[in-house]
Design a protein around this ligand. Sequence first.
Ligand code: MSP
Length: 493
Amino acid sequence: MSKFYLTTPLYYVNAAPHIGHSYTNIAADVLARYKRKSGFEVLFLTGTDEHGQKVERSAIEAELSPLEFANKTVGKFKDLWQKLSISNDDFIRTTELRHTKAVQKALVILYKKGDIYEAKYEGWYCTPCETFWPQTQGPEQICPDCKRKLEEISETNFFFKLSKYQDWLTDYFKAHPDFVLPGFRYNEALSFITQQKLEDLCISRPKARMGWGIEVPFSKEHVTYVWFDALINYISAVGFENDQNKFKKFWPADVHFIGKDILRQHAIYWPIMLRALDLEPPYKIAAHGWWLIGKSQEKMSKSKGNVIDPAEMAEKFGVDAYRYFLLRDVPFGLDGTFSESSIIKRYNSDLANDLGNLVYRTLTMVEKYYSGAVPKALNLAPNSIIRNKIAVLSEEVEKFLQRFEFSASLEAIWGLINLANKHVEETKPWNLAKENKAEELKDFIALLVEVIKKVAEELSCFMPETAGKIEKQFAKDKIIKGQPLFPRIDVTK
Ligand code: MSP
């Protein structure tokens, strides 16, 4: 059986999960379910990033030790994943022994090899991003990434020779045009390595300044820089340090799902770290865009008070409607604007009007005309447009999912739903019934049932609960008619 190993970023535990985090995990979950359904042995990994200054500072504010503080937020992430039907096979915390040992193993290998060296750093540092910005790159002492004020520091640290591998990485990119998807993110990463010389990466922090991290095995005075630590999780979870068989089986990862904000770390630092360790890079990196809030497209932030809780959205609209909205509304890779009114719009049109209506009207007709017994198709006049669409739908969905085009795969599924609804309106089955066209009616209803079953099958990775409900309603010869799947939301209320 072929394996498929996919990962999400490890989320910082300094704040509660928000819709952005849930987006990555929902996308990854759809692919994980899809690959399982296609017969792969799937390993779907998510987890939490628990070291570093951000977490340390939040813990101090909460008057807890960093680990106590982390323990509290980890629970929130785990609960959320359960609530959102995320089917991860493993959950890794960077404070676990399997991980800290793997990080130390990697550090020792690179240090012995001479790819990590000690040097003095004098320059600018962004505390929230935990990033060094050598003077040349920090105009006006403002962080180029987050735009907050930089601090000036001077200290001895350990550095990783990124620069040594720059040419190798450039060649690797050129030989693997699908390494990063979508394509415009590939170009962004490639231009980062072709347009400037890479600076070596500072991979330690002096304990005197920041003590919450994995101790550097060859220096008692330093802990590991949180990004070097966190990236290693992708190999520590599959046994880099403690299970060679598992490691051989699952590495390289098939895809790392990330947000566009952490492209540089994943597309540049990480492949180089792996190369230096004599390991293969991941096959693919899939980078999505950001969810912004409101008409002015603001970033979510605690200080603006506009952080949206995914659990609350799932509560309000249903888990599947929430999953559907995120993946359907915006093509993967682009930014999107999140608002409850846009969820309601999608809900009422795509879910209530299109899908819900098709299922409900079909159940109603089976009940009315056949006392609930699903009629068998006679194929008097096979509807070739619908039948063709049924025949090619799986392939279409597959093609889009291969390139992480979630929105396009949902559109393809809706293509079939819409054809079927149009067919109902054009055929007017109530007239067939009135005119005693019994055989045509049978054929017609049987085709609708076939459509619905196909739709449920294709939707099962996106909307597992809904697909399950539909499958149950049509599982036997006799239908089970329940409540409408997606009752319309009345906006006036
Ligand atoms: N801990 C690092 C990642 C280490 S991976 C080895 C980190 N954590 S984070 O908590 O800040 O989460 C970053 C990820 O959350 C993004 O890459 C993205 O997947 C998701 N999102 C955070 N905010 C987001 C939006 N507003 N919109 C969409 N997703 C975003 O960075």
